[in-house]
Design a binder for this molecule. Structure first.
Ligand SMILES: [Zn+2]
Length: 413
């Protein structure tokens, strides 16, 4: 139900999973009783016994997911099946405390409100994540920032279940190390790639390449649906390879990084505007919409780097998220014209498809959600849910509804 987006009917799921109909009925009844799913008649069903579509239970589990960009963060409540309700969007001042402090407070407030429904917290960040949730965001001057400490989430009903499911890189946590209430911390590109593999154009793709373009770009190889995060979890950094022939010093400490030539910072620099420090998103969007020359320069740099990575990894598909979608739409020809000469002769007959993400800007947030539910949808996670959840009847729908919020800005998607 979760993987297929809560749109398949019970009989379709029964077939997908090769279950007997009686077994499926028993399972669905048990999951409904545990407050995990709820069936609704399929829309548009005309006559006879309506086909049921299993979806999230109105009092069922919620993953709180946050996408922390260089200039703002977004917090959402996500239900099984992938329905997202944005709870809060706030700009921040770029400092670790000024960014993560208010986010932690907002998460804590929603955890109190939603109570035991919250089964975990996932946070995407625009930088490499090392063991235990240490993040470096070069553009903002962050070095080894301890994200869990600054979020300062109290332990509580949102204990992180399924401890053994933690994996380095995808989560930033060391195996065997998670503490109750510990958020799942991940790199924004890795999480966008994970979401693309679950719900986008990398679904059922054996080897794919995902590139996420924001102020600069990150990239990661996706094998059998899993981003390859590197030994310490800090691997999704294709943006810091010298792939576009530049020689500018990069805030990361290296020289000539690809990310210096692709993304919002490069667009702003090309037209002589101030850039860096996570500032200038609106101006960059204006440049993207109006300045064909700057957009093409960005797209050409992107194309050159894609060729190098395709030569190395032989992906079936290259997916682009964030500004990558607009670069492809607005300057796809320039991108391909720069890519093709860089391809090895053996790759030119069948160059990989380059596609805009199916999830747009929502990928990192959805990936954070998937990481939380990956821990929850385990025997240990479900057991813990059942234990914490003995009596559905005591839920107060108003207080615990996902969409109820005292915050001014929230909108269901
Ligand atoms: Zn760099």
């Amino acid at each position: 139900m979760h993987d297929s987006g809560a749109v398949r009917t019970r009989s379709q799921l029964t077939r997908d999973l090769r279950l007997a109909r009686g077994t499926a009925s028993v399972l669905v009844a048990g999951l409904a009783e545990a407050g995990l799913l709820h069936e609704e008649p399929a829309p548009g069903h005309a006559r006879g016994r309506p086909t049921q579509v299993p979806g999230p239970h109105p009092h069922g589990p919620v993953a709180l997911a946050a996408d922390v960009r260089e200039d703002a963060w977004e917090l959402a409540a996500c239900e099984l099946g992938g329905r997202v309700t944005v709870l809060d969007v706030r700009p921040h001042d770029g400092t670790p405390q000024g960014t993560l402090g208010p986010l932690g407070e907002a998460v804590a407030a929603h955890r109190r409100r939603l109570g035991h429904r919250v089964v975990g917290v996932g946070v995407a960040l625009a930088g490499p994540i090392r063991h235990g949730g240490l993040v470096d965001i070069a553009h903002l001057g962050w070095r080894s920032v301890d994200v869990p400490a600054l979020l300062n989430l109290p332990d509580g009903p949102a204990a992180q279940p399924g401890a053994p499911a933690f994996e380095p890189g995808e989560t930033g946590a060391r195996p065997g190390e998670p503490r109750p209430g510990t958020p799942v911390i991940g790199n924004d590109t890795v999480l966008a790639a994970l979401a693309e593999a679950r719900r986008g154009h990398l679904r059922d793709v054996r080897v794919g390449l995902h590139l996420h373009v924001d102020f600069d770009l990150g990239g990661v190889l996706v094998v059998d649906g899993r981003p390859v995060p590197g030994a310490s979890g800090a691997g999704a950094e294709f943006g810091h390879m010298p792939l576009s022939g530049g020689d500018r010093p990069c805030p990361c400490g290296a020289t000539g990084c690809w990310g210096m030539d692709v993304g919002a910072n490069a667009l702003l620099r090309d037209v002589g505007l101030a850039h860096g420090g996570g500032r200038g998103r609106e101006q960059a969007e204006r440049v993207l919409a109006t300045n064909g020359e700057a957009v093409e320069a960005n797209a050409r740099a992107l194309g050159r780097g894609v060729a190098a990575l395709v030569n190395a990894h032989d992906p079936e598909v290259v997916t682009l998220s964030g500004h990558g979608v607009e670069l492809l739409q607005r300057a796809g020809q320039a991108l391909m014209a720069a890519c093709e000469p860089g391809l090895m002769a053996i790759r030119r007959d069948r160059p990989p498809r380059i596609e805009g993400s199916a999830l747009g800007w929502r990928g990192s947030l959805l990936g954070a959600m998937e990481s939380v539910f990956d821990h929850f949808l385990t025997p240990e996670g479900l057991e813990l849910w059942r234990k914490n959840h003995p009596d559905q009847a005591r839920d107060t729908p108003d207080r615990q509804s996902v969409t109820y919020s005292t915050l001014a800005r929230h909108k269901p998607l």
